[in-house]
Structure formats: structure tokens, C-alpha cells
Ligand binder design. Structure first.
Ligand code: HXC
Length: 503
């Protein structure tokens, strides 16, 4: 055997060892917990054979507390590039089999390298987290590593899509990287996010709480809103990440992706004509409206279980990727509260940053009132949504189905917030407030008279505040036609260092 052949064999042997991460035993332990390894996750996430690994042989430099005895190749993270649906992405996956995926300085350097590459080339970054947090043996170096990652998360925000999958523990300051990214997915039962774990919580506050109740997928998908998606298992979660990517452009300079659609752009939706109930306080399901108008009836929902009184998500219309924001009359009558405002504002800002047109479906009775909402700053939180719509320069098409009252009317992408095309159904009621409230204030005014005068779309139409009153059945093709016309829309904001939205 020649020297060069021998070197080639040694390379393959060394690579084979590196690919095993922390070794067979730890891989088995990972599987026993119902978890995949970092490499197994990447193999599922990326198109087959597309993974190009970086820094396979990087090793940690720690010399404390026995760390000097072991230097596994690759350290606790697998990084590189690959494709999803044929489009390039940068990826990192923390490897729990190596020191519990805990973050060393060299791990952070590996992660920062792929993030820098992604920024240079304008491709999304997907991070799969499964880590015990800062590598305790490295002390301050590990913290510096986190800060390097956070700074890159911040600089990449609004430039390239950043997506976090939480597939194991993600605790302490480590949670702030996912929190800075655009979308976070968690897996039920095996992933947890919290700033301080159950033991510390007990010692500080005396509260007894388990990991799942403190920071499980359901908690963050329904209560805190930290997670946009909660998956049943890792396979489903990775499928969701792939699907999400299909709606997003590669970066802020690319157009939203389009795909050919079999669904005729001119298709009428006669089922919508009888949808609005005669009684104003009767609910209907906004999902059926979305399902009727979008291509093939396919809607990819974001934040499904958080603030269900507003619906946000992606769909295609005439083949174009669009962001849909819709009040949901079937939940709390579609009222805007703190969480609904936060949820929709973040989604609107994402779509605007990444050139994804916004289609807004309005049926909103107003903002939720009461001390709980006022003390929780519904004023500042409602202003976030107002700000997001008013700031957005992407095409904005709005259809008012029924109620559109008061401040909520303004916030939900009205004409004066630089709405491009605003339509209303004949059932629309665009007014300062509902008839009952109005006659309670205007003494001597009959409810019927108020309704006849104001609870319709024609006051707004007469002023040019909406472009047209359209039949429900025509909604799909009218919106598609509006979006086609708006394709070349270009609108700038005044020059400024950055804005100061009411955080
Ligand atoms: C070094 C760590 C580690 C860490 C785990 N390990 N976390 N090594 N630094 N942070 C090691 C363990 O010692 C163990 O090594 C191996 O990884 C697997 O861990 P286990 O505890 O056996 O696994 P499990 O029972 O599944 O428990 C997982 C865990 C637990 C819940 C994550 O390990 C844990 O509580 N770790 C510490 C979490 C933590 O407090 N991290 C620091 C937070 S502060 P051996 O060789 O024994 O198998 C922080 C600050 C970030 O992160 C600030 C950013 C700004």
C-alpha cells in the first residue's frame, strides 16, 4: 500500500469515528429517549445526498475539569449546507451525544461560520437545538460563544430567514438564539425551553413544576407563543420545517416563491355566498373562507394554537406565496387582544421583510376591553399590529367580510395604512362601532336607523376608502387579480437609522 493510500484510509476511518459523535452507547441512549441524533435529523431535513459538512474535524480547546482528556472530532455540533426542495440552506444541528450538546467556544465558531456563509450567499439558516446549554467547563468562553451567535442572529434578522427546531433541552440564555429567529418549532414530550429549570425555580420561588409544565411544546405553542409550531414527534417536526421553507424566499432581495397551480385563478367560490349568518352575533369559521379562496385549499398555519382569535399563515394564490391574516369569528368573536395583536404583528413584519404579499380577511368587533387587557398594555400591543401594517410596503390586499369597527378597523390593514386594494362584501359593517353601542351613547337614535346608515360597506365605498364591494363568490379571482397588478409595487420608507416600534 502506498503512503497516499494509507492516508486515504486513515481519513475515512477518522471520518467514520467523527460521524458517530459521542459513540454507539450515547447514540443508543439518545434513541431510547425517542430522539434522533443530529445527523439523523439533518438527513431527514435535507434533500437526499445534498449535505455538505463543514468542520468535521474541529475540536474543543478546553483544558479544565478533565476536558483535556477527550477531543472528539466535530465537537458537539454538526454544521454545513444542503438543499431543501432543491434550494440551498445552511444548517447546524447540536449533537447531544457529545457532552450533552453543551456549547463550547469552538462549537459557536462552527455555528457562526455557517451563519456568516448564509449571510454572504443569501440563504436561510436552520438550527436544530438539543443542548445542555453553556459548556460549564469552559466558563466565560462558552458565554462569549453564545453572544457571538446572538449578534449574528440579530444582524441576519430580516436579511435571511432563520428557523429554529428545538429537539431537546434548550435552557438558560441559550433560549435567546431561537427567540431571535423568525420561527421556532418544538416537539411534544422531548423538547423544553426555559430560562431557569425546575430545580432553580423551586429554590428561588418555592414553586414546584415539572419540565413539561414549565417549558414544554404545548406551553410555548399555546400560552407563551414562543413556539410557532408544536410537533407530535421529530419526523413530523422536520416535515413541518421543510414545508415552511417552501413558502419563503431565500433572502430579503428575492421574490416570494411561486409554484404552478392546477387550481384555476378565475374559480368562483359560490359556497361563500351563504356563509355570513343573518344574526350579527352568530359565528362562522374563517378557516372555511381561507380554504375556499386559496390554491388547492391548502393553508399552512403558523401559531395555530396561540391566540386562535386571529389566524395567520401561508398559502398560494394564483401560484404566488402569500401571507394570510384573518380574524376568527369562531373564537372570542374574532376580537383583538394582546396576544392576537402580538401574533399578527410579528407575522406581518416577517412577510414584509421577505417580500411576501399580505392578504387580510377582516371580521373584527374591536379590541378586547377590561382591566386585564389594559394592565397588560393592550395599548402598546395593539399599536404593534397597527405599526406593522402601516410600515409594511409589500402588496396589501384586504377583504372585509363583516364587522370592521373602530380602532380595530384601522389596525386591520385599512386603506389609510397604505392598503393597496381594499374590498368589502355586501355584508360588511365598516363603522365607528356596532349599533348597540352607538345607540347607548347617542340618546334618541333608533338602532334600526343607525344600522341602515352605518352598518354597511357603502359609507366607506362612497369615500373611496374601499375600492369595491364584491360578491363573496368573486373573492378568489378578485384577490388574485389585485395581487397580479401589485406585482411591481415599490414603496420606500423615509430614511432613518431604524424605527422605534412600540415593543
Ligand atoms: C457540560 C454538560 C452540560 C453542560 C450536560 N452535560 N450539560 N456538560 N456542560 N452544560 C453533559 C453531562 O455532564 C453528561 O456528560 C452529558 O452531557 C449528558 O447529560 P445528562 O445529564 O446525562 O443527560 P440528561 O439526563 O438527558 O439531562 C440533560 C440535561 C442535564 C437536562 C440538559 O444535563 C442538565 O441539566 N444539564 C445542565 C444544564 C444547565 O444548567 N446548563 C447550563 C445553563 S447556563 P457525561 O459525560 O456525564 O455523560 C447556560 C447559560 C447560557 O446555558 C447563557 C447564554 C447567554
Amino acid at each position: 500500500m502506498s503512503i497516499q493510500q494509507d492516508k486515504a484510509i486513515r481519513l475515512e476511518e477518522r471520518r467514520a469515528t467523527a460521524l458517530k459523535g459521542g459513540g454507539e452507547k450515547r447514540i443508543e441512549a439518545q434513541h431510547a429517549k425517542g430522539k434522533m441524533t443530529a445527523r439523523e435529523r439533518l438527513a431527514l431535513l435535507l434533500d437526499e445526498g445534498s449535505f455538505e459538512e463543514f468542520d468535521t474535524f474541529v475540536q474543543h480547546r478546553c483544558t479544565h475539569f478533565g476536558m483535556e482528556a477527550s477531543h472528539p472530532d466535530g465537537d458537539g455540533v454538526v454544521t454545513g449546507t444542503g438543499t431543501i426542495g432543491g434550494r440551498p440552506v445552511a444548517v447546524f444541528a447540536q449533537d447531544f451525544t457529545v457532552n450533552g450538546g453543551s456549547l463550547s467556544k469552538t462549537m459557536s465558531e462552527k455555528i457562526c461560520k455557517v451563519m456568516d456563509q448564509a449571510m454572504k450567499t443569501g440563504i436561510p439558516v436552520i438550527g436544530l437545538n438539543d443542548s445542555g446549554g453553556a459548556r460549564i467547563q469552559e466558563g466565560i468562553d462558552a458565554l462569549a460563544g453564545y453572544a457571538e451567535i446572538f449578534e449574528r442572529n440579530i444582524l441576519a434578522s430580516g436579511v435571511i430567514p432563520q428557523i429554529s427546531g428545538i429537539f431537546g433541552p434548550c435552557a438558560g440564555g441559550a433560549v435567546y438564539s431561537p427567540a431571535l429567529t423568525d420561527f421556532t418549532l418544538m416537539v411534544r414530550g422531548t423538547s423544553h425551553m426555559f430560562l431557569t429549570g425546575p430545580a432553580v425555580v423551586k429554590s428561588v420561588t418555592g414553586e414546584e413544576v415539572d419540565q413539561e409544565t414549565l417549558g414544554g411544546a404545548d406551553v410555548h405553542a399555546t400560552r407563551s407563543g414562543v413556539a410557532h409550531f408544536a410537533a407530535e414527534n421529530e419526523q413530523e417536526g422536520i416535515g413541518t420545517l421543510r414545508q415552511l421553507l417552501s413558502f419563503l424566499p431565500q433572502n430579503n432581495r428575492s421574490e416570494a416563491p411561486a409554484r404552478p397551480s392546477e387550481d384555476p385563478a378565475g374559480r368562483a367560490c359560490p359556497e361563500l355566498d351563504g356563509l355570513i349568518p343573518d344574526a350579527a352575533n352568530q359565528a362562522y369559521d374563517m378557516y372555511s373562507v381561507i380554504g375556499s379562496i386559496v390554491d388547492e385549499g391548502e393553508f399552512f398555519e403558523v401559531h395555530r394554537d396561540f391566540a386562535p382569535n386571529i389566524i395567520v399563515g401561508f398559502a398560494h394564490l394564483g401560484g404566488r406565496s402569500v401571507g394570510i391574516v384573518a380574524n376568527q369569528p369562531a373564537k372570542m368573536a374574532g376580537v383583538l387582544d394582546i396576544n392576537a395583536s402580538r401574533k399578527a404583528a410579528r407575522f406581518v413584519r416577517f412577510c414584509d421583510a421577505f417580500n411576501i404579499p399580505l392578504v387580510t380577511l377582516v371580521d373584527v368587533p374591536g379590541f378586547l376591553c377590561g382591566t386585564q387587557q389594559e394592565y397588560g398594555a393592550i395599548i402598546s400591543n395593539g399599536a404593534k399590529l397597527l405599526y406593522a401594517y402601516g410600515e409594511a410596503t409589500v402588496p396589501k390586499v384586504t377583504v372585509t367580510l363583516r364587522k370592521s369597527y373602530g380602532g380595530a378597523h384601522i389596525v386591520m390593514s385599512c386603506k389609510q395604512l397604505r392598503g393597496d386594494i381594499n374590498y368589502a362584501w355586501p355584508s360588511a359593517e365598516i363603522a365607528v362601532m356596532g349599533a348597540k353601542g352607538a345607540v347607548g351613547i347617542l340618546k334618541g337614535v333608533e338602532e334600526k336607523d343607525y344600522e341602515d346608515l352605518f352598518c354597511n360597506p357603502y359609507q366607506a365605498a362612497q369615500q373611496g376608502y374601499i375600492e369595491d364591494v364584491i360578491l363573496p363568490r368573486d373573492t378568489r379571482w378578485r384577490v388574485i387579480r389585485a395581487l397580479a397588478y401589485l406585482d411591481g409595487k415599490r414603496l420606500d420608507l423615509p430614511p432613518k437609522k431604524h424605527d422605534n416600534l412600540p415593543l
